[in-house]
Design a protein around this ligand. Structure first.
Ligand SMILES: Nc1nc2c(ncn2[C@@H]2O[C@H](COP(=O)(O)OP(=O)(O)OP(=O)(O)O)[C@@H](O)[C@H]2O)c(=O)[nH]1
Ligand SMILES: [Mg+2]
Length: 386
């Protein structure tokens, strides 16, 4: 349903997007919410904004605590290349799994709700650093909102289930809990990514790798402009409606790629019918059977995350120098522009051309422009003016 927001509210949204600090974001979001008229079309938006405000206020509290040197904090600074929240029902084995996969000093205990604060650990695979976060059990309670915040900030999730429990019910409950918070574990049919450009005057560029079912690229441009967004790169994947474009301006729903780890198979091996139902609940996710106790299935986790996250490693190089050892880690459909931006915004402003070696080009060292789509393992040499 369209939100039909008045121009005043739309103008206030841009302030939310432009806010750089949590304090500013809270203020702008409050201001925005007060200008949104109450009717059926804005119901979802208002509900979402209210929850988001609560989350931001909590995050602010946490950051203050951390600054004050408090021992327990829920806010985990991103380290490494991708951040993965390890979530699931109580006592499923989340902590033991994170402990086995990383260097994390997290507590494993044979009673539920033993983990009360998130604990990060680092896992390396194929030159990519995965920061895994052991989280408190996901169930309604005082920590619920905080765990949701952790998941929203993460790039993906590992769902840990206990093979001796009712897998289908547990998973369904978890999916629905997250869905109510605007976190989707199933890839939506289409997806809109809006990259707001803060430097330069690029105008609105729309790259469609799918189709807009009820409008044109020009309609997308007009919609964004009505929100006073004038410099942005809009990427469309799959089938989307103009409504989806508007929802993605608000970021009301986010999709998190996921891996399901069915743990404790040393105690019970799930039946094939049960597994089929699990797969049906999350068709896009990958399911791994294993045991954190016996170390089985653990080796499959990193390569599977790599696949579901659609990770692309790009090795940058300076002219007449060997490629960097540490890749820039991006996602599928990443372009030379994304690589240039990751180095410095000046690389885009002064960009001349790039030379690329690897799977995305016809011959080694081919010259390409900013919009060239790269592939995993490519080497990129960017040439700039002056
Ligand atoms: N048999 C068996 N026990 C396991 C396995 N993985 C974990 N456990 C045990 O299950 C209990 C719970 O493990 P934790 O890692 O603390 O579980 P959790 O999901 O972190 O639990 P909370 O933090 O309380 O939500 C501990 O006694 C573990 O030793 C497994 O693969 N097999
Ligand atoms: Mg735990």
């Amino acid at each position: 349903m369209p939100t039909n927001l008045p121009a005043e509210a739309k103008a206030k949204w841009i302030k939310v997007m432009e806010a750089r600090t949590i304090e500013d974001k809270i203020k702008a979001l409050e201001d925005f919410l007060s200008s949104v008229p109450k009717h059926k079309g804005t119901e979802r938006l208002r509900e979402w904004a209210t929850k988001r405000l609560a989350e931001l206020r909590e995050e602010l509290e946490e950051r203050k605590k951390k600054k004050a040197g408090a021992r327990s904090s829920f806010f985990i600074e991103k380290e490494g290349d991708v951040q993965i929240a390890v979530v699931g029902p109580p006592n499923a084995g989340k902590s033991l799994l994170v402990k086995k996969l990383t260097n994390a000093k997290t507590i494993v205990a044979d009673y539920p709700f033993s983990t009360l604060t998130p604990v990060p650990g680092m896992m390396k695979y194929n030159d990519v650093y995965f920061q895994l976060i052991d989280t408190p059990a996901l169930s309604q309670g005082s920590l619920f909102r905080k765990v949701i915040g952790l998941i929203r900030n993460a790039d993906g999730v590992i769902i840990v289930l206990d093979a001796t429990s009712d897998l289908v019910n547990e998973l369904e409950a978890l999916i629905n809990m997250l869905k109510r918070e605007g976190i989707l574990l199933n890839k939506p049919k289409g997806r809109v990514v809006i990259d707001i450009q803060r430097t330069g005057r690029t105008g609105i560029r729309v790259t469609s790798m799918g189709k807009i079912i009820d409008g044109t690229i020009d309609d997308v441009r007009k919609l964004l402009e009505s929100y006073r967004i004038f410099n942005a790169h809009v990427k469309i994947y799959g089938e989307v409606s103009l409504d989806d474009v508007e929802q993605s301006i608000f970021e009301t729903t986010v999709y998190k790629p996921s891996v399901v780890f069915i743990n404790k198979i040393d105690l019970k091996i799930p039946g094939s019918q049960e597994l089929e139902l699990v797969r049906k609940l999350l068709p896009g996710a990958r399911v791994i059977l294993g045991s954190a106790l016996n170390n089985s299935g653990l080796n499959e986790i990193a390569p599977t995350l790599y696949e579901v996250l659609e990770i692309v490693r790009i090795y940058t190089k300076a002219p007449n120098a060997p490629p960097a050892e540490k890749p820039v880690v991006l996602r599928k459909n990443a372009t030379v522009r994304d690589v240039a931006r990751s180095i410095h915004s000046e690389f885009i402003e002064n960009f001349l051309y790039a030379r690329v070696w690897g799977k995305s080009v016809k011959y080694p060292g081919e010259r390409v422009g900013l919009d060239h789509v790269l592939q995993d393992g490519d080497i990129v040499e960017i040439h700039v003016k002056g």
